[in-house]
Design a protein around this ligand. Structure first.
Ligand SMILES: *[C@@H]1O[C@H](CO)[C@@H](O)[C@H](O)[C@H]1NC(C)=O
Ligand SMILES: *[C@@H]1O[C@H](CO)[C@@H](O)[C@H](O)[C@H]1NC(C)=O
Ligand SMILES: *[C@@H]1O[C@H](CO)[C@@H](O)[C@H](O)[C@H]1NC(C)=O
Length: 462
């Protein structure tokens, strides 16, 4: 009943919207608010299922190329994540008018793409899914000053019946991090986001109708209408932020939970599901660990920090100082769970201990993994393939939850070269649990209780 109403309202509204805007603003506002409430309650009560596509399943790549690209991206991603929380990351940019604007730095780098639609009538949109940032944005023909090539036509506010500007004084505008450039000459809410991987978007904050999944419409969702954008080698037209801040999709929808389940890295045919709202649910066997509260103030961030207390290889708890993974009060270090990093990055002091322990258990000659971009690789035993490389049992001990990784979440194989490599890397400054180590698991972000839960799953069948 609720769902039917929320679906039929926008259809009913669109032909009348322009007339209403001229004469009956109040009535329109009431209708929009009413349908907003209905849509949001639909998502909370019924939930939405979306489909995530891995960026590299679309292109014609070999297995080695996919590993190489994932490793390069993971390095860029971790640097971007770090840049966004490191001190003095605010970049001073010179705009055309000669005045300086401060751009907040965020982490981007696509790994998973999600399809949605924007506006009335709905225009299809492929966006990067990012659990490490908040803003939802797309390239905008308003007109566009600089746009990168995208697979679908550009979204143009003038061709949609439901576009609205966000004013400077509004709560949504104030939720932007330190970059709002409001002035008497520019009453609209400008934003300027620079991502740590070199991509950026600059434009105005606006609201629109978005269509999620098969026909769930959401009204007045705030998004960045980007008219000066850099980046986009990944076949997307923008980004959907899923972080902990007020502008993220999940915060704006007010859903209490969301979940995803990544299909195996080497499976290029099966997409990964993403659930918003009540469809996101696990069995009673799931393990749970609390999110670590984010630092406040200037280092306020969108990240989902977890408390990693130790790592076991076979039956040995590794001698790693637990403070290596801890988030400090000033916002340094820590470990985050991320959808945009493929290979888990561990703080160097921990990675070295783990690599040594794995190498001593595998007991095979080391091989070069330079062509894959990974640092710890083993040559397959004489006359056999990389699948014959024995991999030790590996467990990440989170606060209250042990995560045991299956073999396929620990190593990647290059059959032609006959090597198997640890699918993890070393980092300095923070640690990141990547998507390869989350594959084969249904991972649920319970935003209301502030806990992460997970359980093994056959992701292609959810
Ligand atoms: C971009 O997407 C299109 C259509 O989905 C696909 O045919 C093409 O191969 C993709 N390109 C890249 C570089 O992934
Ligand atoms: C948004 O603001 C621009 C610039 O002030 C204006 O031209 C446009 O008509 C506004 N759009 C709407 C839907 O109010
Ligand atoms: C993916 O890797 C796993 C584990 O190494 C292996 O069992 C499986 O056959 C591989 N699948 C494909 C499609 O290569």
């Amino acid at each position: 009943m609720i769902k039917l109403l929320s679906l039929s309202l926008p259809v009913f509204l669109s032909p009348y919207i322009r007339a209403l805007m001229a004469s009956k603003r109040t009535l329109l506002l009431c209708l929009l608010l009413l349908s907003l409430c209905l849509s949001v309650s639909t998502i909370s009560s019924r939930g939405v299922r979306l489909v995530l596509t891995h960026v590299d399943t679309r292109a014609d790549l070999t297995g080695v190329e996919r590993v190489r690209r994932a490793a390069d991206r993971s390095h860029r991603r971790v640097n971007g994540l770090l840049a966004a929380v490191a001190p003095s990351t605010a970049k001073t940019l010179r705009s055309d008018s000669g005045t300086s604007a401060t751009a907040a730095v965020h982490a981007s780098t696509a790994t998973y793409l999600v399809d949605l639609a924007i506006g009335t009538p709905p225009l299809p949109l492929t966006a990067v899914l990012d659990t490490g940032s908040d803003l939802i944005w797309t390239q905008c023909d308003a007109p566009c000053r600089r746009c990168f090539p995208q697979p679908t036509p550009l979204y143009a506010p003038a061709r949609s019946g439901t576009y609205a500007n966000v004013s400077c004084g509004s709560k949504l505008c104030e939720a932007l991090p330190r970059s709002s450039r409001c002035s008497a000459q520019e009453p609209r809410c400008g934003y300027d986001y620079s991502y740590g991987d070199g991509s950026s978007t600059d434009g105005v904050l606006a609201t629109e109708v978005f269509t999620l999944g098969s026909g769930t419409t959401v009204h007045a969702l705030a998004f960045g209408c980007g008219t000066d954008n850099l980046g986009g080698t990944d076949n997307s037209s923008g980004l959907v932020g899923m972080g902990r801040g007020p502008l993220s999709l999940v915060s704006q929808l007010g859903v209490t939970k969301f979940s995803y389940c990544f299909t195996p890295f080497n499976d290029t045919t099966t997409a990964s599901p993403l659930f918003l709202g009540s469809l996101a649910s696990l069995s009673s066997m799931a393990m749970s660990t609390p999110f670590v509260p984010n630092p406040t103030g200037a280092r306020r961030s969108s990240y989902y920090y977890l408390s990693l207390e130790g790592i076991t290889v076979d039956d040995t708890l590794l001698p790693i100082d637990p403070t290596v993974f801890q988030l400090t009060a000033s916002g340094r270090g820590g470990l985050i769970i991320d959808s945009g990093t493929t290979f888990t990055a561990l703080e160097e002091r921990a990675f070295v201990v783990l690599a040594r322990a794995v190498a001593s258990r595998v007991a095979l000659p080391l091989a070069s993994g330079g062509h894959l971009g990974l640092s710890l690789c083993f040559a397959a035993p004489e006359g056999r393939g990389p699948e014959a490389v024995h991999v030790p049992r590996l467990v990440f001990h989170f606060d209250g939850a042990d995560m045991e990784l299956p073999r396929g979440s620990i190593v990647v194989e290059d059959r032609r070269a006959g090597v198997a490599c640890l699918g993890m890397m070393s980092a300095r400054g923070m640690s990141v649990l990547g998507s390869m180590q989350q594959q084969h698991m249904h991972v649920l972000y319970d935003l209301e209780r502030s806990v992460l839960s997970f359980e093994p799953a056959n992701c292609g069948e959810l």
